[in-house]
Design a protein around this ligand. Structure first.
Ligand SMILES: N[C@@H](CCSC[C@H]1O[C@@H](n2cnc3c(=O)[nH]cnc32)[C@H](O)[C@@H]1O)C(=O)O
Ligand SMILES: [Zn+2]
Length: 428
């Protein structure tokens, strides 16, 4: 496929995003070359005039089936939301619910420009199926909570997810091991999860330092800070995706200095659940990689990463009372290459680079709110929304064109998601 006459964004070594114009040639599932070409008529052409190409966005932390619980419980603290509202309903969810909820999330993500994302949930087989069907790039993991004593069964399920799914969907599906959080995993269970990630040679995915309550709980139970607790269990010996990272002290930043992987910042979820504002500037100054995520649709309520980019930048500027903090350029890198690196797929995706997998979006720039274009990075972060994404290509395949999904029947997903939700509520 040849995308002709397109403006495209690449990040230079100093972290600044620049715009170029040319043609992008995609062969099979990779970016073959970028420049100016003539191709014969056998090559599919895509006119890029008026469009701006970007690397596909990476949503680094998700619980896709929770789309069925969107706006079911809001305006309460995290621990009330999770224990009183989410978990009881999630216990009643079946595979069919998770399939349609998963697909609903994937459709929403693709429509707003997300091409890769990380999922932590249960009933992963149905999520895997939905991911393969939708064409999205997905890093899936069985969320591990020590709710009963069947640790072995849960760890086995997590291992099975890796065995069955790693590399599926033409390599679009990869896997992780996901102990839920310090407060949901006792030490031996957490250590067993770390060992499993070693054994299976896949990264870890865990919630960390999301609330002050968490800090208190871990202190009371184990006499440690959440970061120390993870350190003692060997979490930082592995590549790890740490979701949230809001509450750290000086010693924590010191520990995080050498972390492989990094923090996925979920500003909208953190704001809505009243958790606090992660110190992204300090993390970055410390040398910790920071990516962006929405968290589940029941906490963020929207899966539009363009909204997260705005929130990330706004909140840091407010926190520091300094407009120069967390520029649009930094935020674009968080939503692309940084996220891809933290998901362990940064060699393959995250930038428009020859040889990488062809995951990209074409933004329709012919819009009132995107006119004029002095500085594209600023325009993308501060003015654009997911609705401005016109075309999405994942793994060399067009999954959306002219805002029409090619792999997912949108109306069918909406109808089924509504139906599943109705039935789920009856079961409660
Ligand atoms: N409930 C499952 C495993 C959970 S996987 C992912 C879990 O993370 C929960 N979750 C979603 N967002 C957040 C968050 O921001 N912090 C903590 N947990 C969350 C969500 O409710 C879901 O139960 C079991 O029975 O084994
Ligand atoms: Zn979460």
């Amino acid at each position: 496929m040849l995308i002709q006459n397109i403006q495209y964004m690449t990040a230079s070594a100093d972290g600044k995003w620049v715009v170029n114009t040319g043609d992008i040639l995609i062969k099979d599932n990779r970016i073959d070359s970028i420049g100016n070409f003539e191709c014969d008529e056998t090559v599919e052409k895509l006119d890029g005039k008026g469009m701006l190409a970007l690397p596909g966005l990476v949503n680094g932390h998700q619980h896709t089936p929770m789309s069925l619980l969107r706006c079911y419980s809001d305006d309460v603290t995290l621990m009330t939301w999770l224990n009183k509202k989410m978990l009881p309903l999630e216990m009643k969810m079946n595979d069919e619910d998770r399939y349609w909820g998963g697909l609903l999330s994937m459709a929403e993500m693709i429509k707003s420009g997300t091409t890769s994302y990380a999922d932590m949930y249960i009933g992963i087989d149905t999520i895997g199926e939905a991911a393969v069907e939708s064409g999205i790039r997905s890093v899936i993991a069985r969320g591990l909570i020590a709710m009963d004593s069947d640790y072995e069964g849960r760890l086995k399920e997590a291992a099975n997810v890796v065995d069955r799914w790693h590399g599926k969907g033409d390599g679009r599906i990869t896997t992780m091991i996901a102990p839920h959080s310090p407060y949901m995993c006792p030490p031996d269970f957490l250590r067993a999860a770390v060992n499993l990630s070693k054994e299976k040679n896949v990264p870890l995915h865990i919630h960390l330092a999301e609330t002050k309550d968490e800090e208190k709980m871990i202190q009371e139970k184990h006499g440690l800070r959440p970061v120390e607790y993870l350190k003692q269990a060997g979490v930082f010996d592995r590549h790890v995706l740490l979701a949230h990272g809001v509450h750290f002290n000086d010693a924590d930043y010191e520990t995080l200095k050498t972390v492989q992987g990094g923090i996925i910042h979920n500003p909208v979820s953190n704001a809505k659940l009243g958790c606090g504002i992660s110190d992204v500037k300090r993390l970055m100054d410390t040398g910790v990689k920071v990516g962006l995520g929405t968290d589940g649709p029941a906490s963020a309520s929207s899966l539009d990463l363009f909204l997260e980019m705005k929130a990330a930048s706004w909140f840091q500027k407010l926190k520091y009372e300094e407009a120069a903090v967390l520029s649009a350029h930094d935020v674009l890198s968080m939503a692309t290459q940084n996220g891809a690196d933290i998901l362990g797929i940064g060699d393959e995706v995250g930038s428009l680079t020859v040889g990488k997998k062809a995951d990209l979006l074409l933004m329709d720039m012919n819009k009132l709110h995107l006119t004029p274009s002095h500085e594209h990075a600023n325009l993308l972060v501060y003015s654009a929304t997911g609705q401005d994404v016109d075309t999405v290509i994942i793994d060399g395949k067009i999954v959306m064109r002219g805002r029409e999904l090619k792999t997912i029947d949108e109306e069918k997903v909406i109808a089924n998601a509504k139906e599943r939700t109705k039935e789920l509520l009856v079961r409660l």
